[in-house]
Ligand binder design. Sequence first.
Ligand code: MN
Length: 479
Amino acid sequence: MEVTKEKFLELVKTYQLDSLEKVKKAYALAEYLHKDQFRESGEEYINHPLNVAYILAEMHADSDTLCAALLHDTLEDTKITKEEIEENFNSDVANLVDGVTKLAKMNFATKEEQNLANTRKIITGLSNDVRIIIIKLADRLHNMRTLQYKRAFKQKENSLETLELFVPLAYSLGAYRIKSELEDLSLKYLKPGVYKQIAQKQELIAEHSMPFLQEMLLKIQEILTCNGVNSEIKIRTKNIYGIYKKLEEGYKLSNIHDLLALKIMVDELYDCYISLGLIHHLYHPMNSKFKDYICNPKTNMYQSLHTTVFGPNGELVQTQIRTYEMDKIASFGLTSYFDIESDDARVKMQKALKDKFQFFTSLVDIDSTFKNNRDFVREVKKEVFADKVYVYTPKGEVIELPKGSTVIDFAYKIHSDIGNTMIGAIVNDADVPLSYVLQNKDRVKVITDKLISTPKKEWESIAQTSLARRKIREVLKSN
Ligand code: MN
């Protein structure tokens, strides 16, 4: 689809009528400043900021974010200054443009140090105004969509950086839609052969599955309607990179049960459970494949019920049941806050980031512990962007930790007092040593003794997270 100025403004009108003039003004200014500039594709440069702004308008971004997106390359590529942007708009727009520019423009001695410093800037930028990162994600998405005009080396380099940095960022923020598209585009350039092969197989499977999925869709729709539940059902396909990863893990294509799934959206929370019951009435569930992410949300806020059922002819089909509201969060994550109250999007988002996203606390901690950029980036990759384990507290709260974490890491993540007074641990009703490596779904209970207040020296080398190690060191030093 080609994005035009008219299409963009139409979209903005649907949810930001009051700010239309301001957005138009930003467009006019960007167009004027970028005149005579062209992209490698040969098209006028303004098309790029326009597309970036369009991606953000699709998320219902607030008007400051849209203006900043339109102007995001002007500080770097044209003569305008930050002060002039502030005079023409406001300090938020100016700071956003400045923030996005600084992410791309750092001057350090060696290329490598520059990259590391830049990476750190991008990641820690989350704590100032997360909208800077969201604009950066939209910018990267459009650049990836138009990567065919770059040279082969640049294509691979950008794709790798996208997979290593922007995909985990999008995932952490729960922005699944952007994440999936970035993944597929990266794979397409990094492994074109594999990408093509999977894409073809995916199509074959979709062709094979469509008839029984359609049949199920109609039957489910009917039983829900009969029982007074309004719903909308869609057939959802796993993205190509998602399939690729499963295959890499050793799965056979025929054993990936969520290749195609039925997504059922309903109005109210309790409709989810009514729907679940009705679906299980129609099709036998696989007991081991049921997940309640509504009562136990994922740590990036994702909520849904997942149940895999025996469909027609014994075909296994995953169904995902959620409200429209949950579906919005499933697609857009933190960025869905744009839509909730567009006036103070920034405040709402920063608060949600702090309160609801566990990765953010780890990030802040790593940032304060590691002064050296190389160490910082290494730790973030290891702890924040790497694979995670999810374990339960005795009260059923879900705690996210990097894979390989031990009971010691768990204790310090809960509270330093728990860590410092720990004398043992029980995992799934059995005593375990403190070096026990946590597995998904473990129930972890830490045994403490209030008379003890110092960790053991050897814990420092057993702990995997920088948080635990730092806290252990702090106590040991002060004694
Ligand atoms: Mn750009």
